[in-house]
Every structure is written in structure tokens, then in C-alpha cells.
Design a binder for this molecule. Structure first.
Ligand code: ZN
Length: 266
């Protein structure tokens, strides 16, 4: 036990040293003249990584279709906003390349889209939106572990993620401090996403956990689990044209509300 506490302390100290921006405090995104100019939409998985699979649907296809539809709608309604995709085809992209892409393009918001899966019950349904932080429940940790296990399909993942072990609970405690400079606005957008979903579907709320895809992004960032492919009913909804259009509309509304709020400095 003592050993565990000792290594925990070391991890916490280390994370305080290596976190970029740690201690600087919240970034002033509510100052006059700030505009949301660029949004990066990240369709999870791709190529040889299907993500989670339902009876017939693969996560990589469901989220790509939604990403493209959302981007199209944002461009139509907000022609002043630049929309960029980490992938617009069925290809594999490393998690580290996704965040690097957003940073390189000075994105103002990073939206990662994923589908959920429940190992226990086909009845579990609904949306949930994550921001970076320390998980409060085993369920939230499970989601992060599943999404992070993608790195095992990448080459040289040990070097790229500094030896991060997606199955080690300690590794998640270290991740939790990243993104803290952007937490306020990440939470603000996450809440708007879930508020919009809650009007039409069942929302499981805003949650926190350590996701490698959000690890190094230097802007407000969220990971949206748009529904459970393990639920046959929700799978049918997610792969339908109606479901895709409705989900894109909910996310578009959340984006518009977020943009308005941060630009007038509410
Ligand atoms: Zn995923």
C-alpha cells in the first residue's frame, strides 16, 4: 500500500512539472474580440481500426458520416468558421497525430466523435460527453481504457505516448492534469452538447476521464460518445439517415450556442 502511495505522489509531482501551462490558470477566452475561427472535427478510429462494432455497424463509419455532416452544417450556418477534419476518409490516424493536427492549425475547438459499448447490457443507451480529467467512476475509466486501447494498433506507441499503459490506473491519474487550462470552456461546450441531446434523446451527462486523443490538445476539447452500438435499438438509430441528421443538428446547435457565448464573453 505504501508503495502505491509513494508512486502516486511521484506521478502527481511529475505531472505538475511536465504539464504545459500547468499553473498558468484558465485561458482568457472571454476577452473582447475573441472569435471561434477554426474547429477540428475528429472522427474516431478508421482504416484497420473499426472501433466498437454493433450487429452490423462499425464505429469508424458511423462517426465519419456524422463528422462530415456536422462539418457541412457548420460551414453552411457559420461561413466565417474554418472546418477541418482529422480524417475525411476511411483511414487510420494515430491519436497523437489528431491532437497535433488541431494544434498546428490553431483550432479553437476540438470535437472527437465516438460510439459507446456496454459490456454488460444491451439495454444501455444514450449520449455522454467527456472532458479531460480524473474519472469519478469505474464506468468512466472503462470508456477511456477502451478508446485509448487504440494505441496498441499504432507503431512505436511506447515512444509516442511516453510509455503510457492504457491498462494502468496510475497512468490515468497522470493524464488528469492535462488540458486543465481549457477546462472551463471544454465543460461549457460539453454541457451545451448534452443539453441539446437531452431534448430529444437520453443524455448520460458530462463526464471526465483521461483520453489520449485529448491529452496534448491546446484548446477546449471534448470527446462525444454519440450512443451505444451494443444496443440494437440505438445502433439502428445511429446508422439511419434520420439519426445522423438529428445528431448533426444537435451538435451544430451546441456549437452555435458555444460560439455566441464565448464571443460575447458571457
Ligand atoms: Zn471510439
Amino acid at each position: 500500500m505504501l508503495k502505491v502511495i509513494k508512486s502516486l505522489v511521484i506521478v502527481l509531482l511529475l505531472s505538475a512539472i511536465v504539464v504545459p501551462g500547468f499553473g498558468i490558470g484558465p485561458v482568457g477566452y472571454t476577452t473582447d474580440g475573441y472569435k471561434v475561427k477554426t474547429v477540428v472535427i475528429d472522427a474516431g478510429h478508421g482504416g484497420h481500426d473499426p472501433g466498437t462494432v454493433g450487429r452490423s455497424a462499425k464505429e469508424k463509419n458511423v462517426v465519419l458520416k456524422l463528422a462530415l455532416e456536422l462539418g457541412k452544417r457548420i460551414k453552411e450556418e457559420h461561413p466565417d468558421v474554418k472546418v477541418l477534419y482529422t480524417r475525411s476518409t476511411d483511414k487510420f490516424v494515430d491519436l497523437s497525430d489528431r491532437s497535433a493536427f488541431a494544434n498546428r492549425n490553431n483550432a479553437d475547438l476540438f470535437i472527437s466523435l465516438h460510439c459507446n459499448a456496454s459490456p454488460r447490457s444491451k439495454a444501455v443507451k444514450g449520449t455522454e460527453t467527456f472532458v479531460m480529467g480524473l474519472h469519478k467512476t469505474d464506468g468512466n475509466l472503462e470508456v477511456a481504457k477502451r478508446e485509448n486501447s487504440v494505441i496498441l494498433k499504432e507503431t512505436n506507441y511506447q515512444q509516442k505516448y511516453k510509455g503510457f499503459d492504457p491498462n494502468s490506473p496510475l497512468a490515468y491519474i497522470m493524464l488528469a492534469n492535462y488540458q486543465s487550462a481549457f477546462l472551463t470552456n471544454s465543460l461549457r461546450f460539453a454541457q451545451l452538447v448534452e443539453n441539446n441531446f437531452a431534448r430529444h434523446r437520453s443524455s448520460r451527462g458530462v463526464k471526465q476521464a483521461g483520453f489520449l486523443v485529448l491529452w496534448r490538445t491546446t484548446m477546449p476539447s471534448v470527446l462525444v460518445e454519440i450512443g451505444f452500438l451494443s444496443s440494437p435499438e440505438e445502433e439502428q438509430y445511429l446508422i439511419s439517415e434520420k439519426g445522423n441528421a438529428e445528431n448533426a443538428e444537435r451538435l451544430l446547435k451546441a456549437f452555435g450556442e458555444y460560439k455566441k457565448a464565448v464571443e460575447i464573453g458571457e
